[in-house]
Design a protein around this ligand. Structure first.
Ligand code: AHG
Ligand code: MN
Ligand code: MN
Length: 346
């Protein structure tokens, strides 16, 4: 594996870094490289709006519901259109899919088709925007499995294990893009003065001593005995770790990012609150799987409580999945306690 630690202390733009990676892994033939460029550009365009979200013209909801039955904020629509318009005509994609669209998004007939599919959550945590809390974008890139013609649902329904790249953009106190093409996880921070993403976090790994657990503890009455026992274990000093502090933003990207830098676990378990949502809230294909890919690349792990998120074969575009993600030791403990308490095993 390439040692990207050599970048430490050097001033490197995301363009230079992606290009260097392409030279090290030429099989990508430039297409993947260019999709990542376009996501970095999308990040700059979306960030230019999120930092002005308090201004009247973009505040509030667009007055429609997305395909999950949730209210769409205006910035969701803006982020969705930005990513779509940057990628529909490049000849690199066979199809796209987004949280905001019920079906897969075809490439218009007048444009060339490519070998990849792009799945994304254009704006994650959007209910937080009006309170000036961090939001994010999550993206996942697969190589198409069909041979030719427009991309199909089958191209989009691939297990996370087949991802060729994944990443997120965090619109926080600064804007960051963090991605992996399977050779470590690398983070870039936008310098707004020059409009460039600069390499700030090469080769990210979970710290071995975790600090935080992140969960919506308001749902505790609806948790299974396994999730209750797990949370108590996280709170206690145990031979493996000190008791963890709770941090929960309610923006998946921001919660995931903090735990990646500080060590910890984020979980959104299945609960008994909404019988219509037995798989929890988060979506497998454009939330859980790309973050699971990054977690494993950073030495961590992601599970649905029973198996690796990356091994789940999706059956529907918008399917939901319980998610436990963070330091490997913490996530494996969730699997054990759920196994013991919720599945009746000794
Ligand atoms: P989205 O805004 O894309 O629909 O996702 C919202 C998600 C995620 O960011 C966060 O982890 C979770 O909702 C928080 O849900 P609760 O309010 O139920 O804790
Ligand atoms: Mn989301
Ligand atoms: Mn969203």
């Amino acid at each position: 594996m390439t040692d990207f630690g050599g970048y430490e202390g050097k001033l490197v733009t995301i363009e230079r870094f992606i290009l260097d990676q392409q030279m090290a892994f030429p099989e990508a033939k430039g297409a993947l490289t260019n999709i990542l460029y376009d996501m970095a550009l999308a990040a700059k365009i979306i960030a230019s709006k999120t930092t002005r979200a308090g201004l009247a013209e973009i505040l509030g909801s667009a007055g429609e519901e997305n395909v999950q039955g949730e209210e769409v904020q205006k910035l969701d629509v803006f982020a969705q259109r930005t990513i779509y318009r940057l990628n529909d005509h490049t000849g690199r994609l066979a199809a796209m899919a987004s949280e905001e669209e019920e079906e897969i998004i075809p490439i218009p007939e007048r444009f060339e088709l490519g070998n990849y599919v792009l799945l994304f959550d254009p704006l994650d945590g959007s209910s937080n925007i009006e309170m000036n809390v961090s939001v994010g974008t999550i993206f996942a890139i697969h190589r198409r499995v069909t041979a030719h013609g427009p991309g199909t649902l089958a191209d989009c329904l691939q297990p996370g294990r087949s991802l060729v790249a994944a990443g997120y953009i965090l619109y926080g106190s600064s804007t960051m893009m963090v991605y992996s093409t399977g050779n470590g996880v690398h983070g870039f921070t936008l310098d707004p003065a020059i409009g460039e993403f600069l390499l700030s976090h090469p080769n990210l790994k979970y710290p071995s001593k975790p600090k935080y657990y992140s969960v919506n503890q308001g749902y505790q009455p609806y948790w299974t005995p396994g999730v209750q026992a797990y949370t108590e274990w996280l709170q206690r000093d145990t031979p493996e770790k000190k008791g963890l502090s709770l941090r929960y933003i309610g923006s998946l990207v921001a919660d995931f990012h903090r735990n990646l830098l500080s060590g910890g676990v984020f979980y959104y378990p299945a609960d008994t609150k909404d019988p219509k949502k037995p798989g929890g809230k988060l979506r497998l294909n454009y939330e859980a799987a790309p973050l699971a890919f990054l977690a494993e690349q950073a030495g961590g792990y992601a599970s649905d409580g029973a198996q690796a998120i990356l091994d789940i074969q999706p059956t529907a575009l918008h399917q939901r999945v319980p998610l436990f993600v963070g330091n490997r030791m913490l996530v494996e403990r969730a699997e054990e306690l759920i196994h013991v308490h919720d599945r009746g095993a000794a």
